[in-house]
Write a protein that binds this ligand. Structure first.
Ligand code: GLN
Length: 486
């Protein structure tokens, strides 16, 4: 089965002539047709376009001039990215029927690398959530246990990789939305440094936090995906001009002598005992590989969540002001005047979580409250960043759990505050703009994946990938797959 292979394995088959991109695309489309009614990772599948792109890749391999390691590889992306000619909803009714006239930069880069785009993946509405239960359309299931959530907001992107419904995918991470679902689904998920990857054509949630990154079946594929999307983009003024190193090269280096920090603040009450045991075992494995561990302190961690839930809603309330029934998607008929049209459209088009955040954010930014809330939260953000800067004077990477627990049952976290607590260990990384990777540290006795988080210095994705690769090579997690009978 070609769908079980990693990108690098699949690409090797294309190059040797054992398989063609068209065969791979057809296998993936068949598997989606058979299994996605259960997993519900996809919002949109585009079989004809995918087969057309695959046929073009076939021709390149026949003429012995493939474009590179992603040529002919079937991928899918979170529905937060604008895709030319393909409906883009951001998981919201307000964008139902919106067909972008252009591709996001990351999509354009994947296309020019020869990738085959299978479709668009489910997500929490406007990327607000930790379970995909906030999608306006349906909830994606966790392939390891269909009664549980895959995490969120990039839950479709995580589930698609875990269930072999795409070779790799893209998601976005504003407060944990790549790393948390990667942890819940037993995949590798990578949020690069803020500014490493262009946000042009990404539907904005919280602009000072949003970052694009890959989900993949292993660390080598993660590096290939990052290589394809990273680098400066003149269309995004926050995208960094810092050169992009050769990530595949970085994976070849071993980790002996690297310094790994263990933050005391990430091993707290409320951390599930099985998660703690698996993460501590992973740390011991890294020590066996020759890294030197030491404890580091990130004392402002406990304030990160509160600061995030001021900053993210504030920025979201501003970014979402553009959905008012004039330019995009939904418009409710029968309005008395313009203001009435706006409020009817927004009232019908946005779900409960989005409305909650728009209200919180508008309040936090309103005259007289700006300094007390947004201004104050930005100061806390600086303290969180300084904690990391201090720690990174002594260590090369920080290793911690990704989430306090494992995938929970659908419908179990109805209280929004309970849901927000999922992100205590991922949010500080976004506040500080740092790169963070999640990968499996093991499984619970019940067979649910546990996530290890590796946090790196700004723009040092290479060291992070190197540690992840060394850990992966020393553990058997890739041999385990969810059982999903069609
Ligand atoms: N779960 C967090 C939230 O709801 C993070 C979301 C994200 O990273 N997009 O805001």
């Amino acid at each position: 089965m070609l769908t079980a292979l990693t990108i690098h394995e699949l690409s090797a088959r294309f190059r040797s002539g054992e398989a063609t991109p068209s065969q791979a695309a057809r296998e993936y489309l068949d598997r989606i047709a058979a299994l996605d009614p259960k997993v519900k990772a996809y919002l949109t599948v585009v079989p004809e376009a995918a087969l057309g792109q695959a046929a073009a890749a076939d021709a390149r391999f026949r003429s012995t001039a493939p474009l590179g390691p992603l040529d002919g590889i079937p991928l899918a992306v979170k529905d937060v990215f604008c895709t030319r000619g393909v409906e883009t909803t951001c998981g919201s009714k307000i964008l139902k029927g919106f067909v972008p006239p252009y591709d996001a930069t990351v999509i354009a880069r994947l296309r020019s690398a020869g990738a085959v785009l299978l479709g668009k993946l489910n997500m929490d509405e406007f990327a607000m959530g930790s379970s995909t239960e906030n999608s306006a359309f349906f909830t994606t299931r966790n392939p390891w246990d269909l009664s549980r959530v895959p995490g969120g907001s990039s839950g479709g992107s995580a589930a698609a990789v875990a269930a072999d419904l795409a070779a790799a995918t893209l998601g976005t991470d504003t407060g944990g939305s790549i790393r948390q679902p990667a942890a819940f689904s037993g995949t590798v998920g990578f949020k690069p440094t803020y500014g490493r990857v262009s946000r042009y054509g990404l539907i904005a949630f919280a602009s000072s936090l949003d970052q694009v990154g890959p989900f993949a079946k292993d660390v080598a594929d993660t590096a290939l995906m990052l290589q394809a999307i990273a680098g400066h983009d003149p269309m995004d003024s926050t995208s960094a001009t810092i050169p992009v190193p050769d990530y595949a090269e970085a994976l070849r280096l071993d980790v002996k002598g690297l310094r790994v920090g263990i933050p005391a603040e990430y091993f707290i009450d409320g951390l599930d005992a099985e998660v703690e045991a698996a993460v501590r075992a992973a740390i011991a494995t890294l020590e066996d590989l020759g890294v030197r561990t030491e404890s580091v302190s990130l004392p402002h961690t406990e304030y990160g969540l509160a600061a995030y839930y001021v900053i993210a809603p504030a920025e979201a309330s501003s970014n979402l002001a553009r959905y008012e029934g004039v330019k995009y998607g939904l418009r409710l008929p029968g309005a008395r005047d313009l203001i009435d049209m706006y409020s009817r459209t927004r009232g019908a088009g946005f779900g409960a979580e989005v409305k909650r955040r728009v209200m919180l954010g508008t309040y936090a930014l309103s005259a007289g409250y700006y300094d007390a809330y947004y201004g104050q939260a930005q100061k806390v953000r600086t303290l969180v960043l300084r904690d990391f800067q201090e720690a990174f004077k002594r260590v090369d990477v920080i290793v911690a759990p990704t989430t306090p627990g494992v995938a929970f049952k659908m419908g179990e976290r109805e209280d929004p505050l309970q849901m927000y607590l999922n992100d205590v260990f991922t949010i500080p990384v976004n506040l500080a703009g740092l790169p963070g990777l999640a990968m499996p540290a093991g499984f619970t006795r019940a067979g649910l994946p546990i996530g290890l988080q590796i946090i790196g210095k700004a723009f040092d994705e290479a060291t992070l990938l190197r540690v992840a690769k060394a850990y992966e090579a020393a553990t058997p997690w890739r041999s385990r797959k969810p059982e999903l009978a069609s």
